[in-house]
Design a protein around this ligand. Structure first.
Ligand code: SF4
Length: 235
């Protein structure tokens, strides 16, 4: 089946992302990690590049906005949220809500496919301590803007964005700023953006949140149920 306009556009963005070397600190870090590796993955060939978006690029109704690739997760496997604990949580939730064909995401050729869902991030390269610098997020914003231009209504059928964490939430607000006071981030916060897209805030499924019980499985599942209900209401 031939690709539609959106899928071709996303593919072009992904090619640019993979080749990107705009942030010297992050390029050095992602390549250092890929060379040094960690003991449990010593036999793996790390990706070690910027990580492209992933998902059902022809019909994107749900966009997941992450922060940045994990050093030994997506920076190793080359696919968003693949091969780490955050990904275990994300894909399990997507599977339960009917947006993924399987709950596991271990490597790029594991058979996972998404339905009506695309995964992007504020920063496409693994940062030290999982903390990109403001200037690095500003540089990477070009890619988000390009994706947003393709996906947003009326160009695309996007209905819902789930932002994982405050940084992703704030970056999404910059794409489509509401008038008046800036909405504050919180788990389950709903904001209807000027484009009509519903923005849902969620705690990030990082171990810092899941190990401490700040984010529980029912809390996370509820976010995806809300997204599903919104998408079904617009069908
Ligand atoms: S973080 Fe973004 S802008 Fe910076 S090198 Fe990676 S892909 Fe390029």
């Amino acid at each position: 089946m031939s690709k539609n306009h959106t899928a071709r556009g996303l593919e072009e963005i992904n090619h640019e992302v993979i080749a990107c070397r705009r942030c010297p600190r992050l390029v050095a870090w992602r390549e250092q990690i890929a060379t040094e590796k960690v003991k449990r993955y010593v036999d793996d060939t790390y990706w070690g590049k910027a990580v492209p978006g992933f998902g059902d690029s022809k019909q994107v109704k749900l966009l997941i906005m992450g922060l940045a690739p994990a050093a030994h997760g997506a920076n190793r496997t080359g696919r968003m949220f693949t091969g780490d604990r955050s990904g275990d949580w994300l894909y399990r939730a997507l599977f339960k809500a009917g947006f993924a064909n399987q709950p596991e995401s271990t490597q790029r050729d594991d058979g996972l496919s998404l339905s009506q869902t695309y995964i992007s991030a504020v920063c496409r390269c693994a940062p030290p301590d999982n903390k990109p610098l403001p200037i690095e997020m500003i540089r990477c914003q070009d890619y988000l803007l390009a994706e947003w231009t393709l996906l947003r209504p009326p160009a695309g059928p996007l209905n819902v964005i789930i932002a994982l964490g405050k940084i992703a939430f704030d970056a999404t607000l910059k794409l489509d700023p509401p008038s008046g006071k800036k909405p504050a981030f919180g788990h389950g916060v709903l904001v209807t953006l000027p484009s009509g897209v519903l923005l849902i805030g969620s705690y990030h499924p990082s171990q810092q949140n899941t190990f401490t019980g700040r984010l529980t499985e029912p809390m996370f599942d509820a976010i995806f149920e809300t997204a599903k209900t919104c998408i079904q209401a617009k069908m």
